[in-house]
Design a protein around this ligand. Structure first.
Ligand code: ISL
Ligand code: CA
Length: 545
């Protein structure tokens, strides 16, 4: 039954291969580089790795535009090198899950190169086409990356649909022949021995109806998951044949719907919700505030308390660095955030570099930026608001840019942070001399050693795996405190996610006796009523019943 699943006790680690470790010094991270660093991940206490896409791709969206699902992009290496990586990871008892990108392909995928040739091409209906003219598209919907969600193709005088970039045409999930081709690919990877999938943008595979115009919330139609169930049940039927873990990136699935998606008969084992951080930092967003974070994560904790499972994360390859968003960039704030991530209910996903306390990159000009979506947003902002200076537009755009989390992993104090011996594809954060794995592993009170303590604590404490979550001080603007309770003990986790000293009184909710201090980033502190917490203090106590 679900309570014994290995992935509930596991700690996961997300690797963005392009930026992890460059073993052949071409400036780009690669599979042999990951293999060389497996001992580091083992030392950290990682149980499974999620690899962002490593397949053949023109890299319009850094691998999320796939042109051959069953070929490894030469930048990363060969299929033989992938199988060697998988074998060596398994030998270290580390599992590997792959990124399954089936909402769309690259426009260079053979299926699309065929489909766009003529209306009666056998592959035409692998994609979504509607009659259109160059200046009259089927509707006014806008893609996630800016611009219309339709692109006119003059060869066949129709427009094709794409939720993301025009180089990422959406697959037509209504077409059973297309679905069968995707299922064949899925089995091919599972039969290779991988340990599961993170499923990209899965909530978008159901597109219609689209015969209406957008008025206000432009993303709404993409978040509509009604009608998706049949497709998810077909995917589930395949996944259930294997001992794997599946994590759906399910933007738009509500915390209520998530029970069906991840419960005992759910489509997947867990889902990444994007309510707390999807497109975080964009103007007009509530995301990034502590109250919003507490409310959102607590709603998901409560909704999946008895049935279903959360994938926990504070940053990934699509967000800025969480220490810069929720913290103040300091080591201490990194430890406070680590405490939250590792001690809530669900499977924690650590994004590469987060365990070091890596922070946002000090971009000074748009020329340093790689992300096509960031570049588009920057141009669009300057057009919409011509009164902005380029510096102001850069600051606003970089507030939510994905480039912050894609700078090379910082291994040591050598040139380029030890990521490569040549200039990397994206600049290394200049703080690498003090924020790097080698230096931190030698410092007893470093961020990485704090993560190691939290990972060990979590994996050895059943109450931290299965215990109930209860939020304390719900309305406090900067204290994020909760308990985890089983019938034998209660854990108390208190963090002050602000730069100010804060005094709280928990006497309404807790008696003081019998608490044992287990872990803290401020040795001077002990539980009291009232309790004064300094900036970014984190405290972990246990009481045995
Ligand atoms: O963009 C969104 C608004 O929050 C989400 O709804 C969207 O589902 C999410 O950003 C999808 O991200 C994934 O698919 C993209 C790729 O660029 C991202 O890196 C990946 O995480 C297209 O494949
Ligand atoms: Ca390389």
């Amino acid at each position: 039954n679900q309570t014994d699943d290995w992935w509930k006790k596991a700690v996961a680690y997300q690797i963005y291969p392009r930026s992890f470790y460059d073993s052949n010094n071409d400036g780009i991270g690669d599979l042999n580089g990951i293999r060389e660093k497996l001992p580091y991940l083992k030392e950290l206490g990682i149980d499974f790795i999620w690899l962002n896409p490593i397949y053949a791709s023109p890299n319009v969206d850094n691998g999320y535009d796939i042109s051959d699902y069953q070929a490894i992009h030469p930048d990363f290496g060969t299929m033989a090198e992938f199988e060697q990586l998988l074998a060596e990871a398994h030998a270290l008892d580390i599992k590997i899950i792959m990124d399954l990108v089936v909402n769309h392909t690259s426009d260079q995928h053979p299926w699309f190169l065929e489909a766009r040739q003529s209306k009666d091409n056998p592959y035409r209906d692998y994609y979504l086409w509607e009659d259109a003219t160059a200046d009259q598209l089927p509707n006014n919907w806008q893609s996630f990356f800016g611009g219309p969600t339709w692109t006119y193709d003059e060869t066949t005088e129709q427009a094709y649909f794409h939720v993301f970039a025009k180089e990422q045409p959406d697959l037509n999930w209504k077409n059973p022949t297309m679905r069968a081709a995707i299922y064949k690919m899925i089995r091919w990877w599972l039969n290779l021995g991988i340990d599961g999938f993170r499923i990209d943008a899965i909530s978008h595979i159901q597109k219609e109806p689209w015969d209406f115009e957008i008025t206000d919330n432009q993303w709404a139609p993409f978040m509509n998951v009604s009608g998706i169930d049949d497709y998810m049940l077909e995917l589930k039927a395949i996944f259930d044949e294997y001992d794997i873990v599946t994590v759906g990136e399910a933007s738009g699935v509500s915390s209520e719907e998530a029970v069906a998606w991840t419960g005992n008969d759910g489509y997947v084992n867990m889902i990444f919700e994007l309510e707390h951080c999807g497109r975080i930092g964009e103007p007009g967003q509530q995301k990034g505030s502590i109250p919003h974070l507490k409310d959102t994560l607590t709603r998901w904790q409560n909704s999946l308390a008895d049935n279903g499972w959360n994938a926990l994360y504070l940053e990934n390859h699509d967000t800025p660095r969480s220490v810069s968003v929720y913290g103040d960039g300091s080591e201490k704030s990194a430890k406070a955030l680590a405490t939250l991530l590792l001690l809530m209910k669900g499977t924690p996903f650590i994004y590469q570099g987060q365990e070091l306390g890596m922070i946002n990159y000090p971009f000074r000009s748009i020329e340093e930026v790689d992300g096509k979506d960031t570049l588009y947003a920057y141009q669009a902002l300057l057009e919409e608001q011509p009164e902005l200076t380029s510096e102001e537009a850069l600051t606003i755009t970089m507030n939510w840019s994905r480039d912050h989390s894609r700078t090379p992993f910082q291994w040591n104090t050598e040139a380029f942070g030890g990521f490569s011996k040549t200039t990397p594809w994206l600049a290394v954060n200049p703080n690498f001399p003090i924020i790097n794995a080698q230096y931190e592993l030698q410092q007893p009170h470093s961020v990485v050693n704090f993560y190691k303590q939290l990972i060990t604590l979590r994996k050895n404490t059943d109450t931290l795996i299965h215990g109930t979550y209860h939020l304390l001080l719900k309305n406090h603007p900067s204290i994020y405190a909760f308990t985890r309770q089983s019938d034998t003990e209660t854990w108390l986790i208190i963090t002050n996610l602000s730069t100010r000293s804060v005094t709280i009184d928990l006497s309404e909710e807790l008696t003081l006796n019998d608490w044992q201090l287990i872990l803290t980033n401020n040795q001077k502190l002990s539980l009291s009523h009232p309790l004064t917490l300094e900036r970014f203090d984190a405290l972990v106590y246990r009481k045995r019943h």
